[in-house]
Design a protein. Structure first.
Length: 201
């Protein structure tokens, strides 16, 4: 039985309405769920690297030793500093040093006031010494480093020696310490002591 023109028009209208509803629903769904999320640049957690915290200065609480109004340095509270019997020299010693009778664990600072002796002090003292140049207490200086047995021929462990020669005014100074080569904590402490050394002009 043929469909009447009126019924055909109704079906067409219903199909158009259904299509419009479907397209509208699809557009709404895409708008709600299909959009790309943009990054939030105002977020407090934006991936910035936090600023590093400052390392506390271990030497801030150390004692200060001053020698004849010529120079000063800081040292740990339980270490001993003073003058040697000859007033030309200052010393610093670690009470926990392994071989104190061999001057191990000791730093010695000597002022040299003769020009020729100053020249000789800038020469290597043995074939094992390695020479380099540094800035020390704001002045150009020579450094001599070596490793050798503590107490020659006594079967003792290897020692590390560091000697700095630096001029100030009409004098020059030798600053030298001896430590067990394997005692890295003691060597680091000596280096921190040297970092606090100052001439008193």
């Amino acid at each position: 039985m043929p469909t009447s023109p009126q019924k055909g028009s109704v079906m067409t209208i219903l199909l158009v309405i259904a299509l419009i509803v479907a397209v509208g629903f699809g557009a709404f769904y895409y708008a709600k769920n299909g959009q790309t999320q943009l990054p939030n640049f105002n977020s407090t957690n934006s991936g910035k690297t936090p600023a590093p915290t400052a390392t506390p200065d271990e030497t801030a609480s150390w004692k200060t030793y001053t020698f004849n109004n010529e120079f000063s340095f800081k040292h740990p509270e339980d270490w001993s500093a003073g003058k040697l019997q000859s007033t030309c020299c200052a010393f610093l010693s670690n009470p926990k040093a392994a071989y104190p009778t061999k001057s191990e664990g000791t730093l010695r600072i000597e002022g040299i006031y003769d020009k020729q002796n100053c020249v000789e002090a800038t020469d290597p003292q043995n074939l094992n010494e390695k020479e380099s140049k540094i800035t020390f207490a704001g002045k150009q200086a020579k450094v001599f480093e070596s490793e050798s047995e503590i107490g020659v021929g006594e079967g003792l462990p290897l020692g590390y020696s560091k000697r700095i020669v630096v001029a100030n005014g009409n004098a020059c100074y030798t600053i030298q310490y001896l430590s067990l080569a394997t005692n890295l904590d003691q060597r680091q402490t000596f280096e921190k002591v040297l970092s606090t050394f100052k001439f008193i002009d």
